[in-house]
Ligand binder design. Structure first.
Ligand code: ADE
Length: 225
């Protein structure tokens, strides 16, 4: 998979991709992530990328020209399965969307800033708009990092324990059961006995029961379908 991220703040995105699982996925050649600085496509000697909005109102709007110039240059090199714009009014990111996008070959992600981007970008360039939740971030970069993490960890070979992405919360519309590690007793709090007894069908049954109990308590909406 290849992911191109178009941003006015590439340095904000450098760190999430240079550590831990996202770094390992790149080192293993399972994903290529390329950051593109929108400023390089800015207009004039100040490399302008935003301007006042027509009709007045607070906040700058990201201009169409630099965004089209950058993304059209990328599109000339390869075709993209999706050109995604990160925005609080987009489709809510949930596990099925991450699963769907993890099957794609080339993704391009545009990070918005200021008051947003010129509507013509959204109308004529973007194929999908994604929100990571009902709150407003200062820009789309952190949202893009969240989206990429949710996608990349699903790619075969990224996680060491192949089964672990499948047993994530949400993969089967259930939250995850509690987990424990050593010591068996910590400050008089004991690990549930079933987990240390070696009876694997009983352990599986306990985990299913706990997952259901927790989902009923915290996210009954997940059980509605
Ligand atoms: N940009 C600003 N806020 C956002 C959000 N909640 N989701 C995606 N992109 C955003």
């Amino acid at each position: 998979m290849r992911i191109d991220i178009v941003t006015a703040l590439p340095q904000l995105l450098a760190s999430p991709f240079s550590d831990s699982i996202l770094q390992r996925a790149q080192k293993r050649g399972l994903v290529e992530v390329h950051l593109h600085d929108l400023r390089n496509f800015g207009l004039g000697k100040h490399r302008q990328i935003d301007d006042y909005q027509f009709g007045g109102g607070a906040g700058m709007v990201m201009m169409a020209e630099p965004i089209f110039a950058c993304i059209e240059e990328l599109k000339a090199e390869r075709s993209y399965d999706e050109i995604i714009y990160m925005t609080p009014d987009g489709q809510l990111l949930e596990q099925p969307l991450a699963n769907f996008l993890s099957l794609k070959k080339n993704l391009c992600i545009l990070c918005g800033h200021y008051k947003g981007v010129d509507q013509r970008v959204r109308d004529h360039l973007i194929t999908r708009e994604v929100s990571i939740g009902s709150y407003v971030l200062s820009g789309g970069e952190l949202a893009a990092a969240v989206l990429c993490d949710a996608i990349i960890r699903l790619l075969p070979g990224v996680l060491n324990d192949e089964s672990s992405a499948l047993s994530d919360s949400f993969q089967d519309q259930l939250l995850s059961p509690p987990v424990y590690t050593r010591p068996k007793v910590f400050r008089n709090w004991e690990v549930p006995e079933v987990l240390t007894g070696g009876n694997f069908p009983a352990i599986e049954a306990w985990r299913e029961e706990k997952a259901l109990e927790i989902t009923k308590q915290r996210r009954p909406d997940l059980l509605e379908d």
